[in-house]
Design a protein around this ligand. Structure first.
Ligand SMILES: [Zn+2]
Length: 291
């Protein structure tokens, strides 16, 4: 071993620490080969669409909704700045659900128009495509924050109990659990295991540069702002109006001002998507190397 490989006695750092830190990163999943959504076609179909359903999500509660493949759904801020926690399932098979981690790996920490919400393995296909985002202008702010994140999980009473004790019942996790239980006539325990990491609609988040901690800041959303999706498969959705409100101060309590969220479903004319089909499940043969 040469002296240059020994850690510096004062700093404890290897002599080539800066050199190693200076290695440039590479993108884990270059996404140029991702199947691209046919956005012009979706938007042309949207022009023909009529509103066919509407659900208002009460503050600190969640509600379910269904969207047929080929229809659109829009989440709108009404009355005041409010963040929403979104779960999506294949309406015919709850085991296929939104995969926040892989969506993050493929598109980045926050999603916007033109990007897609992907489903869990072994399905790994687009469940929904974002077709419009009125907060698309926000970009990445000077803190490294952006909106509509796939880095958070969902506020939940277990973490609340871990960090502060107590039993708070209106975290998004519990709201989504109750909504799914009511929608499918399941016990709370049966519903809870289907609740998963969310798309944080309208939430403004990032990681601190110095400590790498997950942060939130007051959402830039204002009444009238919306995020709209094209349903690639038949969807069951659940949306929670987070007890954090605009998530500018705290969650897991009733202290923040909270507002409703509106979910609207729009269905295009029957011929508008002639020949279009839901994406196929992932093409991997599933053998995992054994025949
Ligand atoms: Zn929440």
């Amino acid at each position: 071993m040469s002296n240059t490989e020994l850690p510096n006695a004062e700093t404890g750092l290897p002599s080539d620490a800066e050199e190693r830190r200076a290695i440039p990163p590479v993108i884990c999943y270059p996404n140029e080969t991702l199947p691209k959504p046919d956005l012009p076609r979706y938007l042309a179909a949207r022009e023909t669409a009529q509103k066919t359903d509407e659900v208002v999500v009460a503050p600190r509660q969640a509600a379910c909704f269904r969207v047929a493949a080929g229809s659109f759904f829009r989440i709108t801020s009404v009355e005041g700045a409010q963040v929403g926690d979104l779960n999506l399932w294949n309406d015919a098979d709850l085991s296929e659900r939104f995969f926040s981690g892989k969506t993050r790996a493929l598109h980045g920490t926050h999603v916007t128009a033109g990007e897609r919400l992907w489903s869990t393995l072994p399905h790994l296909r687009p469940m929904a495509t974002i077709v419009a985002d009125s907060l698309g202008w926000y970009g990445i702010d000077s803190y490294g924050g952006s909106v509509h994140d796939v880095i958070g999980t969902r506020c939940d009473p277990y973490t609340g109990n871990l960090l502060g004790g107590g039993h708070y019942h209106h975290c998004c996790h519990s709201n989504l659990t109750r909504a799914l239980a009511d929608e499918l006539n399941l016990s709370l325990a049966d519903a809870e295991r289907h609740v998963h990491d969310v798309l944080n609609v309208f939430m403004c988040t990032g990681f601190t540069r110095d400590t790498g901690q997950y942060f939130m800041k007051a959402s830039p959303v204002r009444p009238g702002d919306y995020l709209e999706f094209f349903a690639e498969i038949d969807l069951l959705g659940a949306l929670s109006a987070c007890p954090g409100g605009d998530c500018g101060s705290e969650h897991t309590s009733d202290s923040a001002a909270c507002y409703p969220l509106l979910v609207e479903v729009f269905t295009p004319e029957s011929t508008a998507l002639d020949g279009w089909q839901s994406p196929a499940r992932n093409g991997y043969d599933g053998s995992h190397g054994r025949s």
